[in-house]
Design a protein around this ligand. Structure first.
Ligand code: ATP
Length: 450
């Protein structure tokens, strides 16, 4: 992917994430597990906020989409019907010299371990094997005895849990086509070349929605979803110039897809524009495959028109981890501060995404200020995450909150007891306003939902 104007901030984010408790390497004390990550106290809040925003826009605020939480383990026939057993493969090449393993279709994104750093195959010494197909599904066994038990797979996508429940949801909720089913859950892929922090991992979370429509109306819905999903990414605060569509041309289209667009985000540096969400018109491929493999009719009965048919599916599939990374990359900035020697690091997160919405500081440890600040923080916590900090100078406390994306810092000072008001300092504009103590909660709340 071509280099872009945005700098590469990945190393800085990895270090900030560890230092401040956003994301840690999995099993770090044992030397880490390859490309698996754990979300720390702030990271879990950030990702949870992101998932809640998705759930609100897809399920809570709509009456035509229902939620679902299907199991990770599914009947093995599911993966035969979906085409994953036969075809969920990536082309793998090995280098006989450096023993590196690479995805043959992503060589331009990979680096050979030999110096100077080049694309695999570009050093004279490189000896790449012919590509061979490698299935990305993790296999395990169900039942106590390995040999006699049946093989099951850790799901490589959440979508199939939705397809097999299509009629259960439609009938139990009395939904009429067009309607959708949405779910958030873990997916597992034994990626050949994971990396770039939480961009490509072997265990990750997807937020997927399948919208069932009458054949013939599919492209109209497809266009609508394309626009809606782009608008959602912008509503998270991702810069418009870092987002673009990528259309899958004929050769790139999955065998089941009638049309596909990705939403790409510019991660900066050499990574550049990469997919964060896929929007696919899957036709009736999935329902007809499951109908055939299960022997169960999955047709929808349209009572008004008195006809039965297999709906077409428009899918929107977005990675919770990859979008979390996009939000972190988009928000990270280093700034000079007028009149101060030391600059500041800021995570410019949308207030709805920020792990902590407000931090409350007593200006000094005198005049009952700590007690008032503790009381106020307790009151704010009833509505959202709030922090209390009394250590170090006010400047240091601001810096600590800026770096983790806290949008509002609330200071109790010597006037507060008398006038029952506080100063709120805004992270991005640095503007300071005086707000009545009993209004702080609604003042912050209004700006979280804005
Ligand atoms: P890629 O081409 O990057 O491998 P894909 O086209 O296989 O992605 P989809 O199967 O369309 O991805 O999955 C939908 C979304 O799930 C992606 O847009 C991405 O946000 C997320 N995703 C897919 N694979 C991974 C992974 N290994 N790690 C983290 N997120 C992933």
């Amino acid at each position: 992917m071509a280099a872009t104007a945005y700098p590469d901030v990945m190393d800085k984010l990895v270090s900030l994430s560890k230092r401040r408790g956003f994301i840690f390497q999995s099993s770090e004390i044992y030397g880490g597990t390859g490309s698996v990550w754990d979300y720390g106290p702030l990271g879990v809040e950030l990702k949870k906020n992101l998932k809640e925003l998705w759930w609100a826009s897809m399920v809570r605020l709509r009456d035509d989409i229902e939620g679902l939480d299907a199991a990770i383990l599914m009947h093995p026939r599911t993966w035969e019907a979906s085409g994953h057993v036969a075809g969920f493969t990536d082309p793998l090449v090995d280098c006989k010299v450096c023993k590196g393993r690479f995805r043959a279709d992503k060589l331009e994104d990979a680096r050979c371990p030999q110096k100077p750093s080049r694309q695999p195959g570009q050093h004279d010494a490189c000896q790449l094997t012919e590509p061979r197909m490698f299935n990305l599904m993790f296999k395990t066994f169900m039942g106590p005895v390995e040999e006699s038990a049946s093989t099951v797979y850790l799901r490589p996508e959440t979508a199939q849990g939705i397809f097999v429940n299509f009629l259960n949801v439609q009938q139990s909720c009395r939904q009429k086509v067009p309607f959708g089913i949405a779910q958030i859950g873990k997916a597992f892929r034994n990626e050949i070349t994971p990396g770039n922090f939480i961009f490509r991992t072997r265990e990750f979370e997807q937020m997927e929605m399948q919208y069932f429509v009458e054949p013939g109306t599919d492209m109209e819905h497809f266009e609508q979803w394309k626009a809606d999903r782009m608008a959602w990414h912008k509503s998270l605060g991702l810069s418009a110039d870092r987002l673009q569509y990528h259309q899958h041309e004929a050769g790139e289209l999955a065998h089941y897809a009638r049309a596909a667009f990705d939403i790409n985000f510019d991660f900066g540096g050499t990574l550049g524009f990469q997919e964060i969400e896929g929007i696919h018109n899957r036709g009736d491929f999935d329902l007809s495959q499951h109908q055939q493999f299960s022997g169960k009719k999955l047709e929808y009965f349209d009572q008004q028109a008195n006809k039965r048919y297999l709906p077409y599916v428009i899918e929107t599939s977005v990675g919770a981890d990859r979008t979390t990374l996009a939000v972190l990359v988009n928000g990270y900035r280093e700034e000079d501060v007028a009149g101060e020697d030391e600059g500041r690091v800021v995570l410019g997160l949308h207030p709805a995404l920020a792990p902590i919405k407000a931090a409350v500081f007593p200006l000094t440890k005198k005049d009952g200020q700590p007690e008032m600040a503790t009381r106020l923080a307790g009151e704010l916590r009833r509505a959202f995450n709030a922090d209390y900090d009394a250590t170090g100078s006010i400047g240091k406390r601001y810096r600590r909150q800026d770096e983790i994306g806290t949008p509002f810092c609330v200071t109790i000072d010597s006037e507060s007891a008398a006038d029952q008001s506080v100063t709120i300092r805004e992270r991005d504009s640095l503007a300071q306003v005086r707000v009545a103590m009993d209004q702080v909660r609604s003042w912050v709340q209004d700006r979280i939902t804005a």
